[in-house]
Design a protein around this ligand. Structure first.
Ligand SMILES: *[C@@H]1O[C@H](CO)[C@@H](O)[C@H](O)[C@H]1NC(C)=O
Ligand SMILES: *[C@@H]1O[C@H](CO)[C@@H](O)[C@H](O)[C@H]1NC(C)=O
Ligand SMILES: *[C@@H]1O[C@H](CO)[C@@H](O)[C@H](O)[C@H]1NC(C)=O
Ligand SMILES: *[C@@H]1O[C@H](CO)[C@@H](O)[C@H](O)[C@H]1NC(C)=O
Length: 402
């Protein structure tokens, strides 16, 4: 039953894919072997070692008991931490391979590359106590920022004997940076510099075909999900990965399915803007899982236009925060030096919203706005065919001159 519902949600709420219950059987008959020599089913560790790089993995346990997985491409230089977007994983910094993905490019230059995985994604499951599902998934991007990141930053600095690290985050990876640096301002001093790609604090100006429908009904949706016991969405699923690899592979006859899904979910009008010969590898690695509470928290910010802690309703807010309204995250406390990259064609991290963030931040080193005419959409900051020239090389240049 849960499977039916979660697929129903995938299909209706985000049209995540057309792989509803009927197509599941058909998918099972697809041939896994056609992808046997590709990167489609490799995890982060394997993606690193396949290309001749050394890889290490670590599990760190946060103050609130969550186990978080890090991958590392060790090197003698200064540490760089890469932080993925919502429902994604460390794979996102690797799937384009050594010629384009920034993890390898940084490693080539002897940076010590660390890849984070948010609590609840396919790599970062587990808790030191035996929690129920309902208790385990009771987190949003707030806890990723206030619990995971500080633990991870301290761990990396202790392992590498550096006093600061470079932070590179995409989308949710920027939200949780703002959360950490505003709730725990001591951590600003541990950031050498931060590159924030497609930054998101609130999503109140985003353009998504169904956003109004969700947000108007957010309380009903969240109660419904809770009642039927769905606490996580977009979890890693072999069949969906295979489906993605199948419809998104080069020359696929059903590529229209791949195109529609990416248009609806990510506002990607031209699938060729993604690195096309890596499309199967890209899409088969997303999604990697996230709590429903994370989405609900973002939807709250759409309604209120505020970058604030989770809203439990006035009664419970009194208990949790001792105030009726959830406290706001104070961006003026984010004093670490930051460079922000936004694109006029991105419908999730909009120039309008990022302008507001930039005005609130006290230490903006650089603000890059990619012209809308480039048609550079949200996913392209990590997966784009032009990511090397528009994003990765500029970051690397700034890093080497800083
Ligand atoms: C964890 O708790 C569940 C019930 O909540 C129980 O069925 C299970 O045996 C427990 N597992 C361990 C390892 O204690
Ligand atoms: C979830 O966390 C909130 C805030 O810490 C707490 O008030 C609530 O009781 C928790 N719910 C569950 C099911 O653990
Ligand atoms: C899509 O992008 C590719 C490569 O960037 C380009 O050659 C093609 O003309 C674009 N198609 C449309 C319909 O814009
Ligand atoms: C963006 O590109 C368009 C079309 O190429 C051009 O007319 C416009 O001046 C550009 N805007 C900026 C701010 O560079």
């Amino acid at each position: 039953m849960k499977f039916v519902y979660s697929n129903f949600l995938r299909c209706t709420i985000f049209l995540y894919c057309f792989c509803d219950v009927q197509s599941t059987n058909k998918l099972k008959s697809l041939n896994y072997d056609q992808f046997s020599d590709s990167d489609v089913f490799l995890n982060s560790f394997q993606l690193i070692t396949k290309y001749g790089y050394m890889s290490k993995k670590y599990s760190v346990v946060t103050e609130d008991g969550y186990s978080v997985k890090l991958f590392r491409i060790p090197s003698s230089g200064p540490p760089v931490l890469l932080v993925h977007g919502i429902g994604d994983s460390s794979d996102s910094w690797l799937v384009l391979g050594p010629s384009d993905s920034i993890a390898y490019l940084l490693s080539n230059l002897k940076y010590d590359v660390w890849l984070y995985n948010a609590r609840g994604n396919k790599y970062s499951k587990g808790h030191k106590r035996n929690l129920s599902q309902k208790q385990y998934w009771n987190f949003s991007y707030e806890e990723m920022g206030s619990q995971d990141l500080p633990t991870v930053v301290d761990f990396i600095l202790a392992e590498t004997f550096y006093s600061k690290l470079t932070y590179i985050g995409f989308s949710q990876g920027t939200t949780i940076f703002f959360v950490m640096c505003s709730l725990k301002p001591d951590y600003n001093a541990k950031i050498h510099n931060a590159f924030l790609l497609a930054p998101i604090a609130t999503i109140n100006n985003i353009k998504h075909p169904f956003i109004d429908l969700f947000t108007k009904n957010i309380n009903a949706i969240s109660k419904f999900l809770d009642d039927i016991g769905i606490y996580d969405i977009f979890s890693d699923n072999q069949l969906i990965n295979l489906y993605h690899a199948h419809v998104c592979r080069d020359k696929a006859s059903k590529k229209i399915l791949c195109e529609i899904e990416n248009l609806i979910n990510f506002g990607l009008k031209n699938i060729s803007n993604l690195n096309t010969n890596k499309l199967s590898a890209i899409t088969s690695h997303i999604p990697a899982g996230v709590s429903t509470k994370t989405f609900i928290h973002y939807f709250q910010s759409y309604t209120t236009g505020q970058f604030a802690r989770f809203d439990y309703g006035s009664e419970r807010n009194q208990l949790v925060y001792a105030s009726i309204e959830p406290p706001k995250f104070d961006l003026s406390l984010v004093s670490a030096p930051v460079s922000l990259f936004v694109s006029g064609a991105d419908s999730f991290s909009t120039v309008h919203n990022v302008d507001r963030i930039v005005r609130a931040l006290p230490n903006v080193v650089k603000y890059v706005v990619l012209n809308e005419s480039l048609d550079f959409t949200h996913l392209e900051f990590v997966y784009g065919a032009r990511v090397r020239t528009l994003i990765n090389y500029p970051i690397i240049n700034d890093l080497s001159s800083s």
